[in-house]
Design a protein around this ligand. Structure first.
Ligand code: GLA
Length: 355
């Protein structure tokens, strides 16, 4: 088996758009280590013990800033904003004013546009190797969005092997906000083949069906009787190949699951019998986008020198519903001056010897 270690700091000491970038590490007493970079307020590595006590790096990523800049897939581990996921036709209307965004995913705007938060160098402050805060001010009009938006993303590593992510945003003009993290998980270790044998569970009774442009249709649909029913744990690969119109539109799972669990309860989980590592996600957000890495092409070579091929990872992107600015029936993504947007997501790792 590969021996996983953290990337070297020096390969993250670089300049992007004239700003210095770095690597930062949080550690806890059980041996878990999490590395971040200020380029995209991004998770670079998560080293977590497996059932035999060996550390595995369970997120995809690269060994240097240079490789992040060159990569085909831009979102590895990054903070996504100002608006995570899709805005149909790259436009929306707020108080009678039309806003036009770049169409960087067919006719959609995806993940805040080509120069979204994932591509920015964030300010940062690290406290006692346990917590790191990243700050960014997105200027009025940046990527087409209204209002100066002040954003904080804070990551904390607990002694219970949890990564606690807190988001906060404030604006000086009415705007829309949807923030998430785009970590690609493989609980056998990055580069260790596909995730189709991972056992997944979602408490969700509903998901958001999508149109041929991958934009949610107007109404949520019951998971009952569909490949989207993960209420009883099942392998990711069990139904992914079914002849199902929704799976075809996403090229696999690339859909929002409606989350009605409070943050005190597990909303979704994944478990790899091979490593014994289980990941639980808990969130205040109303949706979780399950993306099974359908578009990873194998061109990007990851930290341990192996290609990131299709379905070699999955993402649990906790967020508001895609295209909400155009779909008033969805939970609101509008932020007004004087209000604070706040959300929290926890990725908790544990060992599970048997199902
Ligand atoms: C999200 C989207 C996917 C894809 C990835 C990034 O998960 O829903 O369709 O764009 O981001 O490649």
């Amino acid at each position: 088996m590969v021996i996983y270690t953290l990337p070297e700091n020096q390969h993250f000491e670089h300049k992007v758009n004239g700003q210095n970038t770095h690597l930062f590490t949080l550690k806890n007493r059980t041996g878990m280590q999490v590395a971040f970079t200020d380029y995209g307020a991004r998770i670079v590595s998560i080293l977590v013990p497996d059932k035999n006590g060996n550390l595995r790096d369970v997120v995809l990523g690269f060994n240097s800033i240079h490789e992040y800049l060159q990569a085909e897939e831009k979102y590895h581990g990054a903070t996504i904003g100002r608006f995570a996921n899709r805005i149909a036709k790259g436009s929306f209307c707020l108080d009678g004013e039309n806003y036009t965004l770049q169409q960087n995913n067919g006719s959609n705007n995806l993940h805040g546009g080509p120069n979204g938060f994932h591509s920015k160098v964030w300010d940062r402050q690290i406290s006692f190797k346990k917590k790191i805060d990243f700050y960014y001010i997105s200027a009025d009009g940046e990527e087409g969005f209204p209002g100066n938006l002040k954003v904080t993303v804070s990551y904390e590593l607990t002694e219970d092997n949890e990564i606690v992510i807190k988001y906060k945003a404030e604006t000086d003009k009415k705007t829309v906000v949807n923030l998430t993290n785009h970590a690609y998980f493989n609980l056998n270790g990055e580069g260790e083949g596909d995730v189709l044998n991972h056992i997944m569970q979602f408490s969700s009774e509903h998901f958001l069906p999508i149109d041929e442009n991958q934009v949610p249709l107007e109404h949520e649909a019951p998971v009952e009787g569909t490949p989207f029913d993960f209420r009883t744990p099942k392998a990711i690969g069990q139904d992914i190949g079914q002849d199902d119109e929704q799976l075809k539109r996403g090229n696999g799972y690339d859909h929002t699951f409606v989350n009605r669990q409070p943050i005190a309860q597990v909303a979704a989980s994944a478990y790899s019998p091979a490593s014994g590592i289980r990941l639980e996600v808990l969130t205040t957000e109303p949706g979780i986008q399950l993306y099974t890495g359908n578009f990873l092409s194998g061109k990007d070579i990851g930290k341990s020198g192996r290609p990131y091929t299709s379905r070699s990872a999955f993402c649990f992107e906790t967020q508001h519903y895609p295209d909400s600015p155009n779909q008033p029936q969805f939970p609101s993504v509008i932020l007004e001056p004087g209000q604070a947007f706040e959300s929290e997501t926890r990725y908790k790792f544990c060992i599970k010897k048997e199902m």
